[in-house]
Design a protein around this ligand. Sequence first.
Ligand code: HEM
Ligand SMILES: *[C@@H]1O[C@H](CO)[C@@H](O)[C@H](O)[C@H]1NC(C)=O
Ligand SMILES: *[C@@H]1O[C@H](CO)[C@@H](O)[C@H](O)[C@H]1NC(C)=O
Length: 343
Amino acid sequence: MTPTKLKRSFNQLSIAFSFSLSMASTTTSSQFFLVVSIISLLACNSADGKLSPNFYGTTCSNLQTMVRNVMRQTVTREPRMGASILRLFFHDCFVQGCDGSILLDDTDIFTGEKNAQPNINSARGYEIIDAIKTRVEADCNDIVSCADILALAARDGVVLLGGPSWHVPLGRRDSRTASLSDADSDLPSPFADLPTLISMFAAKGLTAQDMTVLSGGHAIGFAQCSLFRSRIYNETNIDPDFATARRANCPLSGGDTNLGPFDNSPDRFDNNYYQNLVAQRGLLHSDQVLFNNGSQDATVRTYSTNSAAFFRDFAAAMVKMGNIGPLTGTNGEIRKSCGVINS
Ligand code: HEM
Ligand SMILES: *[C@@H]1O[C@H](CO)[C@@H](O)[C@H](O)[C@H]1NC(C)=O
Ligand SMILES: *[C@@H]1O[C@H](CO)[C@@H](O)[C@H](O)[C@H]1NC(C)=O
């Protein structure tokens, strides 16, 4: 069922409902119509595979509180973890859709995504998702997917670091497989140019503007020296003071894993990232191409001066990214442990 059709049957439902209310003595036939409408609405809803923020409303009503509490403890102890889990969600959604595939360890049947080039020695926070899952299982056994936990945890990380909030549509199920090769081919490289970034996001149904606002995820967190070394030593569209500052902790040789913050407030989700791009202080090559006399300049400028617009568009784009290829209905499974498929 398409969203328009769904809306239409909502309208039918409310017409049927007000009709039955307007009858002083409710007829059996209008009650029947109401019941049929509700049943067909629910049936359509799940067959449609549409996610909904209230998916666990009756089956795990405390879910959001449980996720938020573990995330609050985590981010209080280590603020960067909010960033790391946001990135984990991005890397989940871009590979086979938001299906928890990134969380799977290697097995005899498949090689997982953890060892793909963009993830190995880089993606982090798996143990936090495991901890949340353990907490959630204690209250709601076999109910909540790891994919949904990751979606909620990513939102909470952003909120806890001062960013925008949004309602997270839920109802994703977990994959029974993962793909190292898809992770290698579908996740963008920090050395990518603008047309490549735009087309890699387009391949996931996201626009160039979605790509630019989602890159604002780099408002928080860090990158390793080996991924920005050529940028700070070899590129010319870079502020010299910024290059000098980052070189101090990223030598020409050695120190590959030394961390550099994306912006001056890596623990604070703000629009500083875009202000930096305008000042040619983007850390990765893939950051600065968003403001390099190209198609995204105007959008970057807008977000650099209008933090409310950035927050609003980021929240909407996160929902959109969270809708990439989810498993729903009877597809996939609710994993018992996020690192392994159910036997
Ligand atoms: C546009 C294409 C993107 C590229 C090429 C890219 C690339 C990277 C790279 C290379 C790192 C550093 C990894 C490391 O040093 O180990 C990183 C970190 C990060 N990325 Fe992206 N990214 C992109 C988009 C996104 C998106 C869409 C989000 C989320 C909405 C995101 C969120 C993050 C966060 C939060 C970090 C910091 C993680 C941490 O500190 O642990 N990135 N990204
Ligand atoms: C800079 O570019 C030169 C020429 O392409 C290359 O040989 C060198 O390795 C680069 N240096 C860094 C730090 O990337
Ligand atoms: C954009 O182009 C102008 C004129 O060609 C140039 O002066 C400027 O440095 C360029 N800016 C960036 C960010 O590349």
